[in-house]
Design a protein around this ligand. Sequence first.
Ligand code: FRU
Length: 905
Amino acid sequence: MFIRFILLLLLTFSFSCNSTDTKKHKIGFSQCISKDDWRKAMDHEMEVEASLYEDIDLTIFQGNEDVELQKSQIEFMIDNEFDVIIVSPLRPEPLVSVIEKAYDKGIPVIIVDRKINSQKFTAFIGANNLDVGRNAANYIASLNEKPSRILEIRGSDNSSPVIERHLGFHEIIYNEPNITVEYRINDEDIEQRVPQILDSLHVKPINFVYAFNDDIAYRTWKIAKSKGVEESIKFIGVDGLNGANNGIQLVQNGILAATILYPTGGDEAIKIAMKILRKENVSKNNILNTTVIDYRNAEIMKNQYDKINKHQNEIEEQQEKITQQEETYSTQKNILKVLLGLLITSLLLAIYSVYSANSIKKKKRELEIQNKKITTQRNQIKKFAEEVKVSNDAKTNFFTGLSHEFKTPITLILSSIESLSEDNAIKDNKLLREVGLIYNNSKRLLRLINQLLDFRKIEDRKFILKASETNIYEFSTGIFKDFEREAQKRNIEFLINTNDENLKIYIDRNLMDKVYFNLLSNAFKFTPNNGSVHINIINEVDSNFVKINFKDSGIGIPKKDLDNVFQAFFQASNNNKVSSGIGLHLSKEFVEMHKGTIDVSSKHGTEFTLTLYKGNAHLSSDEIIYEPDLIDNSVLNFNADFEENEFVEVGVVRDEEHYSILIIEDNSDLIKYLRNKLIGEYDVHVSDGTDGIEKAYEIVPDIIICDINLPDKTGFEICEILKKDLRTSHIPTIMLTALNNKESYLKGLESGADLYLTKPFSFAVLQQSIKTMIYNREKLRYYFINNIHKINTDNSFGSIEQDFLSKINEIINENLDNSKFSVENLATALNISRVQLYRKTKAILGVSISDYIQNIRLEKAKTLLKETKLTISEIAYATGFSSPNYFSTSFKNKFDNSPKAYRAS
Ligand code: FRU
């Protein structure tokens, strides 16, 4: 930011250095003739004069006696917007149009020396050529040579000086009787005509030559000299220029008798141009003085001109010096500006660096403080970490110790059960089932404890691989068998395949067993009934690896969780089941101890792939042991003896005597347990959670016991859905869960659950709760049936039930006189099935729906008997009885009195 500011400053500064050049006025001068001294003197005078003004820029264009060239020069000056145009025209006519064009465009035009045939110009400057002619003639007359016989040599063009010098001359000699012009020639004819004239002097003698300018006069003198007659002739020229072989010197040398001074007007032209530029008034005609220079004043004139020249030279020198000094000044000024710029920049930089240094210092101080804080915090954290580590170690040691403690009693329990199973006393099926449950769950407990201990061992790097050569297909098949029964029970397609049944690889059988067990337990845990679990062992022929693939059709693992599944204590976001989260972590560690890898992918279920080395080159010698070949060592398996599909309805007889219970739970052991406990007393139905809602709608049980962590919907969601549905809203629901916290409890109540029991629960408490709930429901039914008339006003009914009963009453009353109105009609009108209507009314009112309709009809009849004079048969039809007889029988059955007797009473 600051650097950008400095650059901007320098840029502005350098720009201001150049901006001091003021705009100059452009003056252009088109000079008709270039070759002679008079013209050069004119140009020089202009240049000297122009140099005196700072604000003008003079450009001289040489016309070289070419009118077309002069025209284009003037056009150029117009196009380039010159501020003043000065023209010395060659002849009067050709330049008129272009000069008028400039003038019409508003460009000031100054005509010098020769005139043009137009008045469209700003100013004219030059001497009066009539006077020049007159002065020459008067001079000749003043010499009084009688007779004066003259050779007049004119310029060869028709320029105004040529014409006027002639006219002025003749104007004078016209009145002089002794002066005659004997010959009149043009300057271009000199070389041819002058010798002829001089040769014929004896015929027509001359004593004067009047030449258009000094140069012509001198050229003529030279011819006369060559003829030796120069002494007898007086030569008179025009211009009177100073300098070698020019008019004044020629007079001094006696070559010319006289010259008529004809000033160029160069300096005057620039002066007039300046006046125009300064908007001062300028005369249109500016006539310069002319005079005769002869032997009497030539010296003075020369001296004058020399002085002027000297002055001019001095001026020029001064000018040059000034220019040089200006250049030096300008360079110095620029250097000074640059220096100043640099000075400012360095000053700013200095300020900036002081500022930066200060802020750095400040920052440094802040950082130091922060650093100190961080160090203190780090030390604190370190201390905390140490404390936490100590406490963690203590806890882990405690848990490890405890796990070890657990191991012995569980092992003892297991061996006791094994011997119990052989006891004949236990052949009773129910007892065997319970012992089986104890055995299987003790085994599971032992597995969990072993996992805990393995985790600790892995953490402490205490595992040593003991790999032995093992037929991997046989090994896998052995474990496969352990899961076969569960697959059968749950109708899961469980397959094992290999492309090489004889392949032997080195594995630690104990560790690999754990890996297999973990992967298969997970597969079965998350695969729904009727799904599939496949094991595929592939001997990759061209590589040194074998791949073992476990693929299930379960709920899968969300993509975002895939990277974390092997982390300890990780639980996938879609996993509602309670699990330790260390199984996969241990599996990975165990596989990696084999230098193998475990990969996971998930698409329509989950797929784990183990990649293991063939051979033993990857193992160190102390990792290899010898173990005998596998033998099929069948262990005691209670499952085989009594296992049944706990999710299949067994022994359920819909029995009006029994209340029905629906258990929604995915733990098969708990299902087994509860069913065994409840089955004699209740009509027990079960669901693994995948079809809990459908079963509740179908059965409309008296009580629902529901787990929370279920594979599909949670218990909360199921409860909420059931409580909002007319068919099931009245059913008391018990939540049974391991989630023992306030939030879950509240959530349970919010979902409409009537009771919340946390695991482990006492069966006695559960049993009592069921009884109480059923008792309360009975009380409620009694209340409902006796307060049915208050249905629209009393809100002691649940709102769904209230709406339901109101609706039923309304429909029944509308059809009271319709003897054909049936339960089916009512169910259709309510948009539920006949069975559901039956169960719902039975559940909330305790009577069947047909009895309920009959009751309403009879109550109405009772009112009609009491309050109207209608005959009994009229009342019978009005209340929907198909015949008066049937009405009388029904009435008597209900009220122990015939309609007739009732009316009479
Ligand atoms: C120079 C010149 C002068 C003369 C003037 C007239 O070119 O011939 O000698 O006085 O032009 O325009």
